[in-house]
Design a binder for this molecule. Structure first.
Ligand SMILES: C[S@@+](CC[C@H](N)C(=O)[O-])C[C@H]1O[C@@H](n2cnc3c(N)ncnc32)[C@H](O)[C@@H]1O
Ligand code: SF4
Length: 725
């Protein structure tokens, strides 16, 4: 779209650019690093005629007197140097269908050869996609966005291929074939590439009702990601903008996102009354266009960024191998890399948000809309008159789209919501009361009592919706007041059991209190098979008939003092089941039993955990006991060896003892013998010694002849002892 703006440049701009092109190029020493992303707009040819596309409403083919053209592969080869270094290659045409390039397969093969890590980003109308082409992209996809733009065959043909309708082609059959080809393309991709495909739908005033069907189609073709973008209107369709149907569009988006989450599909769709304009913008972070991103088109002139409003830049990238370097290093690029201070930067709409009129139509068309009364006068002063109210709502965790939906449905003046701007959550009680008063008067049917809180419903005080396609959960936060209401009508004659499902467990789940028509209701807490907390309650029979089945259900998370509790809680749904008088008490019994069983199951789980812990410690003890036993056995073995050794020693000992005893006997005998041979007196020592000498067979005994001395006996005894040994 932005290159299209460039196409419309004035003759002055062209002259300026031509002059730049003829100036001398930069020297190779100070060339800027190559970008990491190149968008290459290589065609103005297209097989579709989308009513919203400038190619159609500007009658482009008539203007150029032809169908459009493609930059041939031979010319693209001049970009080899830069393309072999980039990370991403963006195939996107401003007014053409890029995947219809007749040399696409060869170009992609060449790209993968010169840059094996390159990944592709592509926006396509999808008509060229088939199962065979999946191999062309396999392993090289960053993302591929298919502009399907419709939820059914009629809308697809009407909005994108009116020329085929004029030829009498069957819209339904064509649609089926188109979806089959897209589905086969996705299925033939490697599993890792499939989530990189997304289907886009342009939403405008007259197709918001198709948004939910579009999500179903996304699921049908096996895609996991749906995106909804807004139409940017042109003078022929000035009142087709979503801006005129903001609440209707928001409702459709809420339904689509809820369905998407249930189907496991991510749905990216902006909503009105939710955007916050950034106060400060860090341009260096927010915009990397002239530094990391380069735009190249098929023409001789280009722009350094997608918001360029100044003279176009001369571009001669296909003539020789240095062409891109010359283009990328022109003065304007160099200046922008040093400082983003150009006129375009100053008016750049980088901070522009979805809620601003300029996101949907030009300032010129806005004036037309105000003049024709289709846009209120307050828009003449501001592009976003609700900005402050939305900011307060977001800061107070209140979802303004949901509040507006309730007020509009109940015919309560929607301006009442503006009180939130000055009062914050303190404005809610008056809003709730006004809604309840209105609800009591309108004739809503008693149906739809399974309320999915992420989708539109009647209620006040709720925060933004949450959509979690991975876990297939949709829910809504309770708003910043920690209290929120639902207005619902049931059959007055029947008993009613209410069940509130909490989306994600939090510390607040047991703090939830329920009131019906101002009366506190006794609740019980249980969990479903998925572990989600459920709050059950019976609505007293008298309350069912007081307002002819109309109920004001109010939930609140309060602390022990009755003040709003700190924390967050989200509810997935509120179900009200009604049966005859016999069934409901039975259901209550069942519910209580379920709750009891749930508690018991929890106790069993706790006990199991305890057992498991005990078993683990017992096992450890067993291991230690076995080790001890092993040690004991080893000890026993050593002890018995010792015993055996001791026993052997004992035998030896007794043998020794015996030998000693025998020796002793011998000695005793010897002693006796010696005693007998020793004379009773020592009067004749010399004689006795000589006698002894003769008796002991020549053994020389040294004895003293000092036998009179009292010491005589000791040496002698010594000698006897010595002899005994
Ligand atoms: C111009 S197309 C080029 C690629 C391809 N032919 C296609 O349609 O996907 C780029 C994107 O701009 C979208 N587009 C075209 N005109 C638009 C408009 N007036 N408002 C919003 N989006 C528009 C198209 O739907 C497409 O997703
Ligand atoms: S398919 Fe793309 S380029 Fe072709 S007319 Fe539609 S929007 Fe324009």
């Amino acid at each position: 779209m932005d290159d299209f703006t460039a196409e419309q440049s004035t003759a002055t701009r062209l002259r300026h650019a031509t002059a730049m092109l003829s100036s001398e190029g930069p020297s190779s020493v100070d060339l800027a690093p190559y970008p990491e992303l190149i968008y290459l707009d290589w065609t103005d040819y297209c097989n579709a005629s989308c009513f919203f596309c400038p190619r159609s409403f500007n009658e482009y083919e008539k203007q150029i007197g032809g169908k459009g053209e493609f930059v041939p592969f031979a010319k693209l080869k001049k970009l080899e140097r830069v393309l072999s270094s980039v990370k991403y290659f963006g195939i996107s045409s401003s007014i053409g269908e890029p995947l219809l390039h007749p040399e696409l397969q060869q170009i992609l093969q060449w790209l993968y050869e010169i840059n094996p890590k390159i990944t592709i980003r592509a926006t396509t109308n999808g008509t060229a996609l088939t199962a065979e082409k999946a191999a062309w992209f396999a392993g090289h996809l960053d993302w591929l966005s298919v502009s399907l733009n419709a939820g059914n065959g009629e809308a697809h043909m009407r909005d994108m291929f009116p020329q085929l309708a004029a030829r009498g082609i069957d819209a339904g059959k064509r649609w089926e074939l188109h979806l089959r080809h897209i589905g086969e393309f996705i299925a033939a991709l490697p599993a890792a590439d499939r989530p990189r495909i997304r289907l886009n739908m342009i939403a405008y005033r007259h197709n918001t009702k198709d948004i939910v069907d579009f999500v179903r189609v996304v699921e049908r073709v096996g895609c996991l990601h749906a995106t909804i973008s807004n139409i940017v209107v042109h003078p022929h369709i000035v009142d087709w903008s979503l801006y005129g149907v903001r609440d209707l569009y928001n409702e459709a988006v809420d339904k689509a996102c809820e369905l998407g989450a249930r189907l496991g599909i991510r749905v990216d769709a902006p909503r009105f009354y939710t955007s916050i304009k950034p106060v400060m913008l860090d341009l260096e972070k927010a915009c990397r266009e002239p530094i990391n991103v380069a735009y190249i088109n098929r023409a001789k002139f280009s722009a350094p960024c997608c918001q360029w409003t100044e003279e176009v830049i001369a571009q001669d990238v296909y003539s020789d191998d240095e062409g891109f370097d010359r283009y990328w290093n022109q003065d304007v690029f160099r200046r922008l890399r040093q400082k983003r201070d150009s006129q375009s930067c100053r008016v750049c709409n980088l901070t522009r948000v979805f809620d601003e009129t300029s996101f949907h139509f030009s300032a010129y068309l806005k004036k037309q809309l105000i003049a024709s009364g289709q846009l209120s006068d307050k828009h003449s002063k501001s592009d976003y008159p609700e900005q402050q109210l939305v900011r307060v709502c977001v800061e107070s965790r209140l979802d303004l789209p949901s509040i507006r939906h309730t007020l509009l449905r109940l015919n309560v003046p929607v301006e009442m919501a503006e009180q939130i701007e000055s009062l914050g959550v303190a404005a809610l009680p008056a809003l709730e009361q006004a809604c309840w008063d209105a609800f009591k008067t309108i004739d809503v049917p008693a149906e739809g009592n399974d309320i999915c809180l992420a989708a539109p419903f009647l209620g006040i005080g709720w925060g933004p919706p949450i959509h979690d396609p991975v876990n297939k959960v949709s829910a809504r936060w309770i708003g910043g007041a920690q209290a929120a209401s639902i207005f619902v009508r049931v059959q007055p004659g029947l008993d009613c059991m209410m069940c509130l499902t909490i989306a994600y467990p939090t510390e607040l789940e047991r703090r939830l209190q329920v009131q019906v028509c101002g009366r506190p209701i006794e609740t019980w807490f249980s969990r479903d098979e998925a572990g989600r907390a459920m709050i059950g309650a019976f609505v007293p029979a008298d309350l069912m008939s007081t307002h002819d089945g109309r109920l004001w259900v109010r939930v609140a998370c309060l602390d022990a003092d009755g003040a709003p509790a700190a924390g967050l809680l989200s509810l997935a749904r509120v179900s009200l089941s009604q049966e005859t008088k016999i069934v409901v008490p039975l259901e209550r019994l069942l519910a209580e039993k379920d709750a009891l069983l749930g508690q018991q199951a929890l106790r069993v789980r706790q006990l199991e955990q305890l057992f498991a812990e005990h078993a683990a410690s017992l096992e450890q003890q067993l291991v230690r006991a076995t080790k001890l036993e092993q040690l004991l056995a080893e000890k026993d073995l050593r002890a018995s060896e010792l015993e055996r050794l001791l026993a052997e020693q004992g035998v030896l000992g007794s043998q020794l003892e015996q030998a000693l005893a025998e020796k002793g006997v011998l000695r005793a005998e010897k002693d006796v013998l010696l005693e007998q041979q020793v004379p009773p007196s020592v009067e004749q020592p010399e004689q006795q010694v000589s006698e002894c000498k003769s008796q002991i067979g020549g053994k020389i005994l040294q004895v003293t002849d000092d036998s009179q001395s009292p010491k005589v006996t000791a040496p002698r005894r010594n000698m006897m002892t010595w002899l005994r040994r």
